[in-house]
Design a protein around this ligand. Structure first.
Ligand code: G3H
Ligand code: 13P
Ligand code: ZN
Length: 325
């Protein structure tokens, strides 16, 4: 099947109490690792591309890599999404250039300017059969090149109806305590469980519930949803890296969110960690090797297994391809 929009995916996800994984792609091995897992697990998937990814790999290369995945995985729905579109021009370029979904991230603007910009993108996108994700509230951490200091600001539920009605967006990213990158929480914000493992503060499910009440049936998106697996943090640190205190969102909380109105969960840092940890280990264990295929192969394999785990145990979208087309 050709590239699809996220419309049917979100309908299936909302009704079925699961979420679609939105994984950032930057090169061939990442595209392959993700889509091979989705193919084997019969799962719908969103492949997303940031402004930084387009600058790194080039728009055409990324679109062609995703088109190759569509050919290799003919039975699963795949959407190609612009992650954190910074302005109308970037969104237009992606809409004109083969994407089926775009995000316009006006979250750093005033409420009024965010509405105005988002509506402009929605008008153009819908005219071209493309769906749009908007954002209200800001996440702490790094939003592409925009560094948001401190805790960010939670989405204000009282704003969501007006935003969705006035813009016509198809989905809405909200801020409930997730953040971008591998350092989502400071150790002093966490408590220790009986096994001595650091447990971060809970996400603001109260805000999610209030938003859902105000927008019944409407798909919600969670950014910054990597769980930063400690096995990969340990691997990085054991093999020459330095990532002290890297902490992510507990997977059980993401599973809970997926059962509610959250239909799209963004995961990027976990893929980076799996790739980097694996390559670091390879280099230390095989100092004589220099063929990139030899270290990219296990990195791709570990991305695939991580994505498989997410599909089955976190997102709940394994086996749902048929419901989403
Ligand atoms: O939220 C941002 C994504 O993790 C993409 O990151 O801008 O480094 O490509 P990037
Ligand atoms: P992570 O950094 O938690 O993987 O978030 C990715 C993301 O939200 C991309 O938009
Ligand atoms: Zn994001």
């Amino acid at each position: 099947m050709p590239l699809v929009t996220t419309k049917k995916m979100f309908e299936g996800a909302y009704k079925g109490g699961y979420a679609i994984g939105a994984f950032n792609v930057n090169n061939m091995e990442i595209v392959q690792g993700i889509t091979e897992a989705c193919k084997e697990e019969n799962s719908p998937v969103i492949l997303q591309v940031s402004k930084g990814a387009r600058a790194y790999a080039n728009h055409t290369y990324l679109v062609k890599l995703v088109e190759a995945a569509v050919i290799e995985c003919p039975d699963i729905p795949i959407a190609l999404h612009l992650d954190h579109g910074p302005d109308f021009e970037t969104c237009k370029s992606c809409i004109d250039g083969g994407f089926t979904s775009v995000m316009i991230d006006g979250s750093s603007k005033s409420f009024k300017d965010n509405i105005e910009l988002t509506r402009k993108v929605v008008e153009y996108a819908h005219d071209h059969g493309v769906v749009v994700e908007g954002e209200l509230g800001t996440l702490a951490g790094i939003e592409d090149e925009v560094v948001v200091e401190g805790a960010g600001s939670y989405t204000r539920p009282e704003e969501v109806e007006e935003f969705v009605t006035k813009t016509g967006v198809d989905s809405l990213a909200i801020a409930i305590g997730t953040s971008h990158g591998a350092y989502k929480f400071k150790p002093e914000q966490c408590t220790r469980n009986e096994k001595g493992i650091l447990v971060p503060p809970a996400l603001r499910f109260d805000i999610l519930e209030e938003v859902s009440k105000r927008l019944p049936g409407f798909p919600i998106v969670l950014h910054g949803s990597s769980s930063v697996p400690q096995e990969y943090v340990a691997m990085v640190n054991e093999f020459g890296g330095k990532m002290p205190d890297a902490i992510g969102v507990p997977e059980e909380q993401l599973r809970e969110a997926a059962k509610l109105s959250v239909c799209k969960i963004n995961i990027d840092s976990d893929i980076r960690l799996a790739m980097t940890g694996t390559i670091r280990k390879f280099f230390v264990e095989h100092p004589d090797k220099f063929d990139p295929r030899e270290y990219l192969k296990p990195a791709r394999a570990n991305i695939k297994e991580m994505v498989r785990h997410k599909l089955i145990d976190v997102l709940g979208c394994a086996g749902k391809a048929n419901e989403c087309r």
